[in-house]
Write a protein that binds this ligand. Structure first.
Ligand code: NAD
Ligand code: AKB
Length: 318
């Protein structure tokens, strides 16, 4: 049988997908990486390779695309994130769980070979140790998003142990990138703040000034994602999900970092319902298990990320 050369990204028009598709195309070739989403993709994604409109809940269409492109690997990014999920509880649960089941079932049936599915720091909750949160610790999430991610982790491990499914997963912290806007999370402020800073507009933050959260710059997140998928199977010892970490900061610290480049930048604080979500999450993450098992290493610091974000966004404004 011919090798399955297709790589399908589901949810490719979102914050991560927009950048992951381009990273995968650089490795596997433009024609082999199929972007798919409910909504259309960025110009860069549309112009560089195939795009298919897909609702992951439509199993027939999913099967058809997988067959048509001889898909071996699926990156499943479609989900409702923490803030949106609190407004749309059942739709979030259904998408976040059934999307995963449909893809895991295809892997169980050996229609596809390998699955990437992202978890989140949202699997932790208010009873979890907040500082340097370890890989294995209390996971008692209090949001529908966190509950769906924790259940997803358990199902990934179950499908691996019971059916030999090659599924790999990372608990992403809040991700920051300049190529696309975030899609309804609690960490979104850390992207929005840069757009306001570059536009010369004051920023009103929906989290309080001292809310410390773990974050990561998108290039590191893309490297980690492709890194765990490329790692030898024997090295991926955890088939639930790995902690990964970049850096952590509070809104006030991020504003100060931005002021090193834009001294007149102004920030004010008006916490809303997302504050409670953030208060239940860790402040920093211990990712030593990922470092040990498959050699994960982050590259970007808060300082490097801030400089890079501002220079790329300034180019867009010009
Ligand atoms: P996003 O909201 O920006 O993108 C999700 C994409 O999925 C959107 O383009 C949306 O149109 C698409 N989508 C929604 N419903 C769909 C459906 N039924 N069928 C097909 N596509 C559908 O999210 P993101 O930030 O890119 O996150 C991707 C994944 O990573 C999610 O599972 C999320 O939980 C996880 N994650 C993200 C972060 C982060 O900071 N961005 C952190 C932790 C985990
Ligand atoms: C969110 O805020 O919902 C996401 C996440 C950390 O999972 N960015």
């Amino acid at each position: 049988m011919a090798a399955k050369t297709g790589v399908l990204v589901i949810g490719a028009s979102g914050q991560i997908g927009t950048e992951l598709v381009m990273g995968l195309r650089a490795i596997y070739g433009n024609d082999n990486v199929i972007a798919s989403d409910l909504k259309t993709a960025s110009t860069e994604v549309l112009e560089s390779g195939p795009f298919e409109q897909l609702d992951v809940m439509d199993r027939e269409r999913l099967n058809q695309i997988v067959g048509q492109y001889n898909v071996g690997q699926v990156y499943l990014l479609a989900a409702l994130l923490s803030a949106t999920a609190e407004q749309k509880v059942m739709p979030a649960w259904n998408l976040n769980m059934y999307g995963l089941f449909y893809v895991l079932e295809m892997a169980k049936e050996r229609i596809i070979d390998k699955v990437f599915w992202p978890s989140s720091i949202a699997v932790f909750g208010p009873n979890t140790p907040k500082l340097n949160t370890p890989q294995s610790t209390i996971t008692e999430p209090t949001t529908v998003y966190g509950i769906s991610k924790l259940a997803g982790e358990r199902w990934c491990e179950y499908y691996h142990n019971r059916y030999g499914v090659d599924v790999r997963s990372l608990r992403y912290p809040g991700l920051i990138g300049y190529k696309s806007n975030p899609g309804g999370g609690t960490t979104d402020y850390a992207v929005d703040i840069f757009h306001k800073a570059v536009a010369g507009t004051p920023f009103e933050c929906f989290l309080s000034e001292n809310t410390r959260l773990p974050m990561m710059y998108m290039p590191d997140a893309i490297r980690a994602t492709i890194g765990i998928m490329e790692a030898e199977s024997e090295k991926v010892l955890l088939r639930s999900s790995y902690n990964i970490s970049g850096f952590d900061f509070t809104p006030a610290e991020l504003a100060n970092e931005i002021r090193k480049h834009i001294p007149e930048f102004e920030i004010s604080y008006n916490p809303d319902f997302r504050q409670e979500i953030a208060d239940g999450w860790p402040s920093s993450i211990d990712d030593s298990v990922a470092r040990q098992d498959w050699n994960w290493n982050n590259e970007y610091s808060l300082e490097m990320m801030t400089k890079d974000m501002l220079s790329h966004l300034a180019e867009k404004v010009i």
